[in-house]
Design a protein around this ligand. Structure first.
Ligand code: ZN
Length: 258
């Protein structure tokens, strides 16, 4: 079986579930998962890490193995300068399989992946979950978070089919509920052999960036913290927001399970 591309980008908003999806894909032979690879270039060479909004730091080397990681450790990342070949160089370091990058935002893929060649997985959570996580973690206002969710995905709806060779539209909730069947579909989409046995999250894998709880969680959780956070009025505001509703309908209509 020949893969359809040597690069797959996970595209979406903050907190779309990309770290869990990467850990699921990291169990598939022939896939080389690296996480948010743009940080290899975007953490300035003079520092080891940059602070993030929610009080954590993103480090310039592998978050799982630390600075001594044999693939994306200090020795390698301190020499990286060339943005144009970042994905290709990282792919070699990660074993030479199909590279999985969870850089998420179109601007990063435009810098590091060639138009028309990358396969895209557009990953999204129900807006209740996405907006609640964003407000809690990034300390944005509810209104800002709601408009950011719809503007980001509105852009992705237009961009992904233009930029990618092909797109797989994926609801986080589908993959959390039925990881085995979603993983089979993703293997078919990428063009690698399906795995057998239960779908599990890798514990030994390489990862740049991502959020710490998602990197170590034991199973694929459907996050329910929105229930204690969004009041019924806020839920109605989201339901009634025309931008959010249209974008969600468009995303859902593109998913294989409708
Ligand atoms: Zn590592």
């Amino acid at each position: 079986m020949k893969p359809r591309s040597n690069c797959v980008g996970i595209i979406g908003h903050d907190h779309c579930g990309s770290t869990a999806l990467c850990r699921l894909l990291a169990t598939v032979p022939g896939l080389s998962v690296g996480g948010e690879l743009h940080w290899l270039i975007d953490v300035p060479p003079s520092v080891d890490s940059v602070p993030m909004r929610a009080g954590w730091h993103v480090s310039r080397w592998c978050a799982v193995h630390g600075d001594s990681c044999d693939a994306l450790g200090k020795e390698f990342t301190s020499q990286l300068r060339d943005s144009a070949s970042l994905y290709e160089v990282a792919r070699g370091r990660l074993g030479g399989g199909v590279l999985i990058s969870s850089d998420k935002y179109p601007s990063f893929f435009e810098r590091h992946a060639r138009a028309g060649q990358m396969l895209g997985i557009v990953l999204f959570k129900h807006p209740y979950r996405a907006i609640a996580s964003d407000v809690i973690t990034n300390r944005r206002t509810f209104e800002d978070s709601m408009s950011l969710w719809s503007s980001d995905y509105s852009k992705i709806l237009g961009w992904a089919p233009r930029y990618c060779q092909d797109v797989f539209w994926l609801r986080y909730e589908s993959f959390a509920r039925e990881p085995r069947s979603v993983l089979d579909d993703l293997c078919d989409f990428i063009g690698v052999e399906r795995t057998t046995g239960p779908a599990i999250l890798a514990t030994d894998y390489h990862f740049i960036g991502g959020n710490a709880p998602a990197r170590s969680r034991a199973d694929i959780a459907i996050d329910e913290k929105w229930k204690g956070f969004l009041t019924p009025e806020m839920q109605r505001t989201i339901d009634d927001n025309e931008g959010v509703r249209k974008v969600l309908e468009s995303l859902e209509s593109r998913c294989r399970d409708g």
